[in-house]
Design a protein around this ligand. Structure first.
Ligand code: MTE
Ligand code: MO
Length: 180
């Protein structure tokens, strides 16, 4: 049987009806998986010393993408050490904390990359800090500082306020907050 092409490559067998059926099924399954993931959307989980819960059993509050996007939004237009001048949009952190009935004095932000930083709650009354979800109207992607990035109004702050360990507070890839 002539299984080699003149160039020496193996001749490609023709797809059988079974293979077409299998690949169609595979494609359909992948599309379903993708749309299920998109439907689930991006969530933000707040736990710890809070007074309102979406999951009573585990005592946390999970913001769905829809609920998060319905919060009153603020904008911060600033450059950062990592991004040129642009506009971040998201709810005020103090608003988020109020929605879940947060009581604690320390707020711990967890990044998906295992980073975490603890910020005194007083910062959020002193400064209009937002939990940014978009940059120049585009959702922050997980591989690009998203889904949530703690952003201070850097452009309104003095150099002494934004020097030293300050930038460690700008946690990116945040998906979880713990109130302590
Ligand atoms: N998710 C996440 N956010 C983060 C970090 C990080 O590693 N992961 N590093 C923090 C620290 S300690 C600083 S100083 C700044 C800058 O980090 P870089 O020096 O690694 O760019 O981002 C802050 N936000
Ligand atoms: Mo740092």
């Amino acid at each position: 049987m002539d299984s080699n092409t003149p160039s020496g490559h193996r001749a490609r067998s023709k797809p059988t009806i079974h293979r077409l059926f299998a690949s169609t099924l595979f494609l359909a399954a992948s599309l379903l998986t993708v749309s299920a993931a998109q439907a689930a959307g991006v969530t933000l989980t707040i736990s710890g010393n809070i007074g309102k819960f979406t999951n009573q059993s585990v005592r946390n509050y999970v913001f769905s993408e829809a609920e998060f996007n319905a919060l009153p939004m603020r904008e911060i237009s600033t450059a950062t050490d990592w991004t040129p001048k642009g506009t971040f949009r998201g709810p005020l952190v103090r608003e988020l904390l109020a929605r879940v009935g947060a009581q604690g004095r320390q707020i711990k932000f967890y990044g998906e990359d295992n980073y975490n930083v603890t910020i005194p709650a007083s910062d959020f009354s002193k400064y209009d800090v937002i939990l940014a979800r978009t940059w120049n109207n585009k959702p922050l992607q997980l591989n690009d500082f998203g889904p949530f990035w703690v952003m201070y109004p850097i452009q309104d702050m003095s150099t002494s306020e934004t020097s030293g360990i300050f930038i460690a507070k700008l946690a990116w890839q945040v998906t979880r907050i713990e109130v302590k």
